[in-house]
Design a protein around this ligand. Structure first.
Ligand code: FES
Length: 563
């Protein structure tokens, strides 16, 4: 096979021995020990980032997926070379995968840079794995195709359809309120996650998969096939083939990603009523591409686009429904009036060329609605500012209680996620449904920014039927969660943000319509409190210390400042 200029194969990234000929000769000798002959070595080398891990149940069938990617690469004349990286599972990683997203991004970027490959297929899926891989691919900037694990299929309990993790939370709240017994919640525990794959609601994994497909770094239709399906494996094979093609074209992330492609991604995010975590991840990915996204960019998209995807937590469907309805290509077809269709994709075609033959949403389904018949009129995720969050905060308005999106209440402050766990259910705190529960020291510096922002309703209130309250924090929340919850308050408490100064009984005003979150305490009093503020100590050593010293705030994507 004649080599194109962009193909260097195993001659790329030679180990340094001070003699190029020796490095090449030694590399070929060692590859020979693995059975590679001249025919193999003349092919384009396609790396495959394999995030299989016994600790990552969302990637359970990834070994089979990697085999399918290899098949596609071989069919197209390439040589597949799979290699492992860190793999992060939301549920099995303490204290939070967010603390390790940038570590996975560094691991992936450095292995792409250090090893010989003409293109790379990134196989990820569980929440942080996908943005980490995309951040890495943007910084390494070699031709790249993204593949995701795909969602789990839904389960059921006593005839009720269930999916992780919106229904996990809903059922747990019913158990906390005494509505479901221990025996019943034990049965539900066994029914929530019926297959391998990522959470099957519009949580972070699903949102990011749809966003990455919109950005053009994934094959059309790649975001939604369920993990356990033949469609998923076919996407893997096709992605392997496409990786060889992009290696030949030399089509890199820097050729594909532009301000227009990121604006398209924000349009899709809002139409999905996607995860608030996506705001942090998209901002970080854009920053890696040299593009600065601000709260105005997010609000501009939110204002113009209604929610038209009917998936939990904002709606009622699941990812398998979205897939059956045609997935992201059909969604893009409907959103076309809002999109820049000249944006390039990994297929080598523009978004417009890609969706030209796609049919609009059919009336036979209800998961992708028409723009004329939206699920929610707009402003799915609203970026807020105000005296409590001068650099911004977000709320998923589409999943909030309409009666609470304008609210003034007295603060009840928890010093950390641990403090909230210890005290929240104590009736002596006297929390009422009108209180605003404030959680601080859940930000990136203080705690790695766990998904602790969706504080549970105190048990003594939930047992009286209280289902939602205003909650405010510098932490994140799961994309599968819902409620009137203000997140990502910036700067965080550990960086001296105003959230550090709130005291029990202070009045807090939330006004989503006017995009405000304010602490109603006079300036002189706040200046006095500021003088007494002392930041918490940094972790003593290791990754946690490096992270705390260099992590940026949520409005900059929580990336490390040197990346
Ligand atoms: Fe992996 Fe939800 S825990 S996607």
């Amino acid at each position: 096979m004649a080599k194109k200029k962009t193909i260097q194969g195993f001659d790329r990234n030679l180990a340094s021995y001070g003699d190029t000929g020796f490095s090449r000769y030694l590399r070929r000798a060692f590859l020979s020990s693995a059975g590679y002959d001249k025919i193999d070595l003349d092919r384009p080398v396609i790396g495959i980032v394999d995030t299989s891990s016994d600790y990552n149940t969302c990637h359970r069938q990834m070994p089979e997926m990697v085999q399918a990617v290899k098949r596609g690469i071989l069919q197209a004349g390439g040589l597949p070379m799979a290699f492992p990286t860190i793999s992060l599972n939301e549920i099995l990683t303490s204290p939070t995968t967010m603390l390790y997203r940038n570590l996975q991004a560094m691991d992936t970027e450095e292995m792409i840079r250090a090893q010989p490959m003409d293109a790379v297929v990134l196989v990820g899926g569980c929440d942080k794995t996908l943005p980490a891989q995309i951040m890495a691919a943007i910084s390494a900037d070699i031709p790249a195709v993204s593949v995701v694990a795909g969602p789990m299929l839904t389960g059921s309990w006593r005839g009720e359809r269930l999916g992780a993790c919106t229904d996990c939370r809903r059922m747990w709240a019913r158990h906390r309120s005494g509505e479901l017994s221990k025996a019943e919640i034990d049965e539900i525990e066994q029914a929530l996650c019926s297959t391998g794959g990522t959470c099957m609601v519009m949580g972070t994994a699903s949102t990011m998969a749809c966003v990455v497909e919109t950005l053009g770094l994934m094959l059309p239709g790649g975001a939604t096939p369920p993990h356990a399906s033949g469609d998923r494996l076919k996407n893997c094979v096709a992605s392997g083939r496409q990786a060889v093609a992009v290696a030949g074209m030399g089509l890199k992330p820097s050729d594909i990603l532009t301000p227009a492609s990121f604006r398209n991604a924000l349009i899709v995010l809002m139409s999905l009523s996607g995860s608030t975590n996506a705001v942090v991840h998209i901002t970080a990915m854009a920053r890696r591409a040299g593009i600065k996204l601000t709260s105005d960019d997010y609000n501009a998209a939110a204002e113009k686009v209604p929610v038209i995807v009917d998936c939990k937590p904002a709606g009622k469907g699941y990812m398998e429904d979205l897939h059956r309805a045609g997935g992201v290509p059909v969604l893009l077809k409907e959103l076309a009036p809002f999109l820049d269709l000249s944006a390039l994709t990994v297929t080598g075609k523009t978004l417009g060329e890609m969706i030209a033959p796609v049919q609009p949403p059919g009336e036979w389904q209800t998961t992708i609605r028409r723009l004329s018949d939206p699920l929610y009129p707009g402003n799915a995720i609203v970026s807020l500012k105000g005296s409590l969050a001068p650099n911004g905060a977000v709320i998923k308005a589409a999943a909030a209680n309409p009666e609470l999106i304008r609210h003034v209440g007295k603060a009840i402050v928890f010093e950390s996620p641990e403090d909230a766990i210890a005290r929240l259910d104590n009736p002596e705190l006297g929390i009422t449904p009108d209180h605003v529960m404030v959680l601080r020291n859940g930000g990136p510096i203080a705690a790695g920014m766990p998904e602790a922002g969706s504080l549970p309703i105190p048990r003594y209130l939930s047992s009286q039927g209280v289902k939602d309250m205003v909650r405010v924090s510098d932490a994140r929340m799961s994309g599968t969660a819902y409620g009137t919850i203000v997140l990502h308050c910036c700067p965080e408490a550990a960086a001296g943000g105003p959230i550090a100064l709130v005291r029990d009984g202070d009045l807090i005003e939330l006004d989503v319509e006017n995009r405000r979150i304010d602490l109603l305490v006079d300036a002189a009093e706040l200046t006095m409190r500021e003088k007494a503020f002392r930041p918490p100590p940094l972790p003593a050593r290791g990754w946690a210390r490096l992270y705390a010293q260099h992590v940026t705030q949520a409005d900059e994507g929580c990336d490390l400042d040197f990346l």
